[in-house]
Design a binder for this molecule. Structure first.
Ligand code: GAF
Length: 384
């Protein structure tokens, strides 16, 4: 039985109705990490790992959510949208809260959800869930929201209700994804373009460190604050022409930040260089030069690990094993960091040996097992 059929059956058994079924995918990001909240560029795509939601409107003001994979239920009301003790429910409540601010909802919502996105692997299961809920409300209550408005609403839900100051990349990739293409997104203007990803003979492979450090939210917010502090130093010199690290050059940092604030310098320089790597990397892919792109992925990892300091020993080990494998063109940690996955470009004929090598060497060096996923680029959030 497919996952959506199981969720549909649970929905029918619980609520006595046939649900609307929604699929909302996780994401990868080829390059451009920690650039989104600095108003820079990212290169993500939606993937074939997704959250599935069975949804239906209610006739009263209740909210009834079932997390099928966790065997956990939340019951609440539109009249008391407060934080739930069950952490997962806050992603749904945050979206309901933000929708309610725009268009007060007269009646509540039933949701049964589950999925194939490994939790805590940095593949954006939370953004997928948020997108699924706003998509459901938009559809069920004819709210007339465009996709990009739904993306922004999901981000507000996570920033305001869940309390994670994330950028826009994850929601954007999950909602706007297109089969076979990566999204070149300018996080300042939200202009975007689809670029067909022609990786003939290569596969995108994710290696899950199976590490999730508790530092992730606090360190993420600290990095944001460090970038803002660097921007403030340059604003003192250049005025309002500097709005974000997007407006900053390495020369500016060398002149006004490097000697005064070496830590802020490393953080800001990483972001400025990462934006450059992304733009050069897009040109590599347009030329079909996957090898050159792969080298930029290694550069990205080094910056994230040594300058931005959001990697961890396990991710560094996965990247090094990959870099030493002859079938790999590029590898790097992906997402917020401090755990989760590396993303690897692997030659198809080397896939089996790559997997074996990663499993054996990662176990030998860390004592841990890894999960390895070969992924395919899919469409964004949609009704099944
Ligand atoms: C996490 C965040 F949610 C994104 O907004 C982005 O900042 C990413 O970390 C790092 O690139 O996934």
């Amino acid at each position: 039985m497919q996952i959506q059929d199981t969720l549909s059956a649970t929905f029918a058994a619980t609520f006595g109705e046939t649900p609307v079924l929604i699929k909302s995918p996780g994401r990868v990001n080829l390059i451009g990490e920690h650039t989104d909240y600095n108003m820079g560029f990212v290169l993500p795509a939606a993937i074939d790992k997704a959250i599935y939601l069975a949804v239906g409107p209610r006739t009263d003001r209740q909210l009834h959510f079932i997390a099928a994979d966790l065997n956990s239920t939340y019951k609440g009301s539109l009249d008391s949208l407060t934080h739930a003790a069950k952490g997962w429910a806050n992603y749904l409540l945050g979206v309901v809260d933000e929708v309610n601010k725009l268009t007060p909802l007269a009646t509540g919502l039933n949701v049964v959800f589950g999925g194939t996105i490994p939790i805590g692997a940095g593949l954006s299961s939370s953004a997928a869930l948020e997108n699924g809920v706003v998509f459901a409300l938009n559809h069920l209550y004819n709210l007339g929201m465009e996709r990009v408005s739904m993306v922004k609403l999901s981000q507000r839900a996570e920033n305001n209700f869940v309390g994670a100051k994330v950028g826009i990349m994850d929601m954007f990739a999950s909602m706007m994804g297109r089969k076979g293409s990566v999204i070149q997104l300018d996080c300042r203007s939200l202009e975007y373009a689809y670029a067909p990803l022609q990786l003939d003979g290569f596969r995108i492979v994710l290696c899950d460190s199976r590490v999730k450090h508790s530092l992730v939210t606090s360190e993420y917010n600290t990095r944001r604050a460090e970038c803002e502090a660097g921007v403030a130093m340059l604003q003192a010199v250049y005025g309002d022409s500097i709005q974000s690290l997007r407006d900053v050059t390495i020369d500016m940092l060398n002149q006004h930040v490097r000697d005064q604030e070496p830590l802020l310098y490393r953080r800001c320089a990483y972001v400025v260089l990462e934006n450059g790597r992304l733009l050069d990397g897009v040109a590599d892919l347009q030329r079909g030069d996957v090898a050159a792109f792969g080298q930029r992925m290694y550069g990205s990892h080094e910056g994230l690990s040594k300058w931005y300091e959001v990697s961890c020993p396990e991710l560094d080990i996965l990247e090094t094993i990959a870099r030493n494998h002859p079938g790999v063109l590029g590898a790097r940690m992906m997402g917020g960091g401090f755990g989760g996955c590396t993303i690897n470009l692997v030659r198809e004929e080397a896939l089996a040996d790559f997997e074996k090598t990663i499993r054996e060497q990662y176990k030998a060096q860390t004592g841990k097992d890894t999960s390895i996923y070969s992924c395919v680029i899919e469409d964004g959030t949609h009704i099944l």
